[in-house]
Design a protein around this ligand. Structure first.
Ligand code: ADP
Ligand code: MG
Length: 478
């Protein structure tokens, strides 16, 4: 007999904080510079140096904690977490253990059409390690300590998630929130947002948790889903065959699409945590917290709801527009200039996102500013160009610095609304197609579309369709 199992998943996410200098020294944090050029005696772990806490990193942690509905601790301590690895010159990582800066929060995550609360156990500050470099074709390995000491916020959930889809929804929302707060760039490929799911199975109906496995080396949303689904299958098979799950860390292998054992999981006591005597306890006042609370922006979920009620957008569209703060800002900048939110939303989600995605450009770098997009929409609104023409010239608007008016003029695309000119075209079309005229007049109303098509064609697509309809009805009678 096979038993049905339920997956139990908790997530540890490391977010690299967007500070200019490192967690405990003044070295820079720019990504991609030559190896070991962003280092100083402190992050190189020289004996006798002393760390100093980065105030900006603490502020970012507090703002994130507030956005995640956490309690912010007034008394914080930093702890040493010991392990040996060549990219960790001190032989310990400065982290937080018993006294994390943020505790007991939650996020409301929508999964499909339902909503689920995921509890945040804690979020604590720590420093990153460096990188070991193993290049093929060179002998030996090298160490780059540019990343050593970069501030990280580790955000840990309770084991509240039950499927890969829930995990992906949680992670997407968390990433959006971090990016809204401008505390993390959210780049999973470059490793500024790293996610480590813990997964166990239990027979449906059982209260206690099973043995968990920690998964690493997952650097995209797709891999999160693939790795978890693979691991659920693997554990189900082991259990059904009467085996036991080993508590271990497994790596996602991108090439083979499998997880494989990396090491058995260490216990907290292996790290010999103790309070770092080089750092005084950090106390955080209520006033400071309140001051920072005022800098927390309207968050994605709230903004999405407001877009629905204020602009009458469908929930899905509001979700797309508010997933990134810069896209939502772009949309609202347009609506301020042109009060037709639905039209704006169509263009932003359609033409604009299409061009941006094709060229891999961020909204904040869009060559079409809200002002230029709105001037195009106004040309449609006042009948200067047809919707069709506006769509056709959008790629040129995107690729050039010209104004929409200039493009329309240069190409002679101004819509023809002048009745005299339109009547002339219509008369010719009617004269050329006596059979269809007879059909229409004998009651075959579908033929009307044929006439509209002919007139539009004869005008080179420039005839004002509303006017054409009106004049055709008058001329054909019936
Ligand atoms: P460890 O000490 O091994 O790091 P923690 O208790 O700190 O374990 O939890 C790490 C993460 O694993 C948390 O996100 C937590 O929710 C999750 N977790 C804990 N126990 C389980 C379990 N049995 N199954 C799935 N996830 C779990
Ligand atoms: Mg842990």
């Amino acid at each position: 007999m096979t038993i049905s199992y339920e997956a139990v998943i908790g997530l540890e996410v490391h977010a690299q904080l967007l500070t200019q200098s490192k967690m405990f020294c003044a070295s820079g944090t720019t990504f991609g510079l030559p190896a070991n050029t962003q280092t100083c005696p402190i992050c190189l772990g020289m004996p006798g140096t002393l760390p100093v806490v980065n105030r900006r990193a603490v502020e970012m942690a507090i703002r994130t904690g507030l956005a995640l509905n956490c309690t912010i601790r007034s008394t914080n301590r930093f702890a040493r977490k010991h392990y040996f690895y060549p990219d960790l010159p001190k032989g310990y990582q400065i982290s937080q253990y018993e006294a994390p800066i943020c505790e007991q929060g939650w996020m409301e995550v929508s999964v499909g059409s339902s909503s689920k609360r995921v509890r945040i156990r804690r979020a604590h500050l720590e420093e990153d390690a460096g990188k070991n470099i193993h290049e093929t074709g060179t002998s030996g390995s090298r160490v780059d300590l540019n990343r050593a000491g970069t501030p990280l916020l580790e955000i840990v959930t309770e084991p509240d998630m039950r499927s890969a889809d829930e995990v992906v929804s949680y992670l997407k929302l968390l990433r959006d929130v971090l990016m809204y707060l401008e505390v993390c760039d959210g780049n999973m490929e470059e490793g500024s947002l790293r996610c480590e799911p813990n997964l166990s199975l239990r027979p449906v109906g059982q209260q206690t948790f099973g043995t968990k496995v920690e998964l690493k080396n997952i650097n995209s949303f797709k891999f999160v889903k693939d790795a978890l689904e693979y691991e659920i299958k693997r554990q189900t098979k082991v259990l059904n065959e009467g085996g036991k799950i080993n508590q271990e860390t497994r790596l996602w292998d991108v090439e083979k699409s499998v997880t494989a054992t990396m090491r058995s999981k260490e216990e907290a006591h292996d790290y010999r945590y103790f309070p770092d005597p080089d750092l005084v306890p950090l106390s955080i006042s209520e006033d400071w917290i309140e001051e920072l609370r005022r800098t927390v922006p309207e968050l994605p979920a709230v903004r999405q709801t407001r877009f629905v009620s204020e602009y009458g957008l469908p929930n899905y569209d509001a979700g797309v527009l508010t997933a990134s703060r810069s896209l939502a800002d772009y949309f609202e900048a347009c609506v301020k200039l042109f009060h037709q939110p639905k039209t704006v939303s169509h263009w932003v989600m359609g033409e604009l996102l299409h061009e941006l995605n094709n060229s891999g450009t961020a909204v904040s770098e869009s060559p079409v500013s809200p002002e230029r997009l709105v001037s195009l929409l106004k040309l449609v609104d006042d009948g200067t160009v047809s919707l069709k023409v506006a769509r056709e010239i959008f790629p040129e608007l995107y690729a050039s610095k010209k104004s929409p008016e200039q493009i329309v003029q240069e190409k002679g695309l101004t819509q023809v609304s002048d009745e005299g000119a339109l009547e002339k075209i219509i008369d010719e079309v009617i004269a050329k197609n006596p059979t269809q005229v007879a059909q229409y007049r004998s009651g075959k109303e579908q033929v009307f579309g044929f006439f509209v098509g002919q007139v539009m064609k004869a005008s080179g697509g420039k005839a004002n369709p509303g006017k054409v309809n009106e004049l055709l009805k008058r001329k054909l009678g019936g």
